[in-house]
Design a binder for this molecule. Structure first.
Ligand code: TEU
Length: 570
């Protein structure tokens, strides 16, 4: 791909806004569109090209907006449609595109489509969802009578019994998030019409929530298969029957024809795809197949998990290199990577992969950022990451808000787990770590709200906040600004080939990026111990520093958490 042929998003950096926690403008303690409008200069100063806005649609907020009851309106908690139009215009004025979250694997159970579907077995939208009778020979409502043994992501069985009709509906996530039946062409057309409506309103693309789960492996008789049993749980793993399902590519290609034809070049289409492999991602992101531009894969955020997210274990850097290296190689000639450490579902990267102790927090945050932004792919920065926000010091169940975390606690304790151990895992892994309010300044609510925040502000905000970093050239914020600018200025960063160096080294993560004879060498010390760079990569010592996260010192030694982007002389 030459710089002339490359799509615009190869040079772009995306910033994710989780509106509930970004900025409150009306004092109700919940972030809103008015708040984003107030903080828009922060995004422009950072230099990002795209804002991905997590859901602001009408929603009962069972999963903070990922349960949508009206796709074509804004939830009053976040503001109005007119404010969203204002936001689109304000971003466009600054050359920033807006990508909306598209949550169409499921709706809210309060969406009129589902309310209608549930009203009777003869309802015109009955078949828009997955309704099934109890398992053959079982009494409806009894444990084990669910149509399949699938476990839901957020709450026990993936089937909810509906007494009125004697049938169950499928929900891969919470019971308030019934799955849409994409087999039904009316469902697909309704979704496409809604998407066209948003594009006509001026949005610049979609981040498609769990989009690789929309095709389920349904048999000709309408049956769905059981999954392999899950250890220690009375459920099975349904993923083989709904992850990258039989019609997924057909649906995405149809969506492309129906929605994106004629306007694809200006859009950004990214599919969130748990469980996707590099081989599958090549298919999803091959431009010739017209599906999506890039995917969010999950491999690198699962390397420190033992079985599931509630059983964290230490990450081996070698595993991280092997994984990211495989993704770089897998999409080198076809397709494209998205790059992220943080989002609204992951604990904070500086606490998880870095070192958030006072000594190394700034250095590890900037080191991780350098590493991420210098890979080949489109980097995604999650709100607060640009100032090194860290996990919250949770001590009590009452501090949590997230449906996944709270449901997990109930389930785990009901199945005999020790409540303190469950809480300890939640403290490390809960999504609420990512959802505490953005720390704008050192005032009591960090400048987020004049009211009572919906979730507590991290007590470290007195020291770690945007205001404190704004004019500080050595800050995490200033470093992010430099990384964004570097991608814009240097075509090697955007398009250079990637070659991993020192694959077996457990502390130093090093690689080159090459384009038309021009090379960048990236060396990052992912540890708290100095590393002998002169021995490991002698060519690095004499190379010119393009960008580093520490003031220049002995070029032969890589200090703890030091990161350097180098340009060896040709
Ligand atoms: O997340 C999809 C997903 O796979 C999550 O279950 C993820 O694995 C989990 O949050 C990790 O703890 C998407 C959204 O990003 C998430 O916020 C939603 O809750 C979910 O879909 C349902 O819409």
């Amino acid at each position: 791909m030459t710089p002339e042929q490359a799509p615009w998003w190869t040079r772009a950096v995306v910033y994710q806004v989780y509106p509930r926690s970004f900025q409150d403008s009306d004092g109700d303690g919940v972030g809103d569109l008015g708040g984003i409008l107030q903080r828009i200069d922060h995004l422009a100063d950072l230099g990002v090209d795209v804002v991905w806005l997590s859901p602001v649609y009408r929603s009962p907020q069972a999963d903070n907006g990922y349960d949508i009851s009206d796709y074509q309106d804004v939830d009053p908690a976040f503001g109005t449609l007119a404010q969203l139009d204002e936001l689109i215009a304000a971003l466009h004025d600054r050359g920033i595109r807006l990508v909306m979250d598209l949550v169409v694997n499921h709706t809210s159970d309060e969406h009129p489509w589902f309310v209608e579907s549930r009203s009777s077995t003869d309802s015109p939208t009955r078949d828009w969802y997955w309704w099934r009778p109890p398992r053959e020979g079982m009494t409806a409502g009894q444990p084990g009578a669910e149509p399949t043994n699938w476990h839901s992501h957020f709450s026990g069985s993936a089937w909810q019994y509906d007494e009125a009709s004697g049938e169950y509906y499928l929900h891969l996530f919470d019971r308030k998030q019934p799955d849409l039946n994409w087999e039904n062409p009316e469902v697909r057309q309704a979704v496409y019409a809604m998407m066209r409506w948003w594009l006509d309103r001026g949005v610049d693309g979609f981040r498609m929530d769990v989009i690789n789960m929309i095709s389920k492996a349904v048999g000709p008789d309408g049956s769905l298969p059981d999954g392999p049993p899950l250890p220690g749980l009375p459920y099975g793993d349904g993923t083989p029957h709904f992850s990258n399902g039989p019609r997924i590519h057909e649906y995405l290609q149809e969506m492309h024809r129906e929605v994106f034809d004629g306007r694809r070049e200006s859009l950004l289409l990214v599919g969130e795809m748990p469980g996707v492999t590099p081989e599958q991602a090549r298919l999803y992101t091959d431009p010739a197949r017209a599906e999506v531009d890039m995917v969010f894969q999950f491999e690198h955020v699962q390397l420190d998990l033992d079985g599931d997210k509630w059983h964290p274990r230490p990450l081996r850097m070698r595993d991280l290199k092997a994984s990211l290296g495989r993704w770089q190689a897998g999409l080198a000639d076809v397709g494209w990577n998205s790059l992220y450490w943080d989002n609204h579902d992951q604990p904070r990267a500086v606490s998880r992969f870095g070192d958030d102790s006072p000594r190394f927090r700034r250095d590890s945050a900037t080191c991780l950022a350098t590493l991420l932004h210098l890979h080949r792919g489109t980097p995604y920065v999650y709100q607060g990451e640009e100032i090194g926000m860290a996990n919250f010091p949770f001590t009590d169940l009452a501090q949590f808000r997230d449906v996944e975390s709270l449901n997990h606690h109930v389930q785990a304790v009901a199945h005999g787990a020790d409540a303190d151990e469950v809480l300890a895992a939640m403290r490390r892994m809960s999504r609420d770590n990512a959802r505490t309010p953005v720390q704008w300044d050192g005032s009591p609510n960090a400048g987020f709200t004049t009211g009572t925040p919906w979730i507590a502000v991290n007590p470290d905000h007195a020291e770690w906040n945007v205001a404190a970093q704004l004019e500080e050239p050595a800050s995490v914020l200033a470093h992010h600004r430099r990384l964004v600018a570097l991608r814009h200025e240097d075509p090697v960063v955007a398009l250079g080939d990637f070659t991993m160096l020192l694959p077996d080294h457990d502390e130093v993560y090093a690689f080159t990026r090459c384009l038309d004879g021009d090379t960048l060498l990236v060396v990052c010390n992912l540890s708290g111990t100095a590393q002998p760079l002169a021995d490991l990569l002698p060519e690095a010592v004499a190379a010119g520093v393009v960008l580093g996260n520490l003031a220049e010192d002995d070029p032969a030694v890589l200090r703890p958490w030091e990161a350097r982007v180098l340009r060896p002389s040709r």
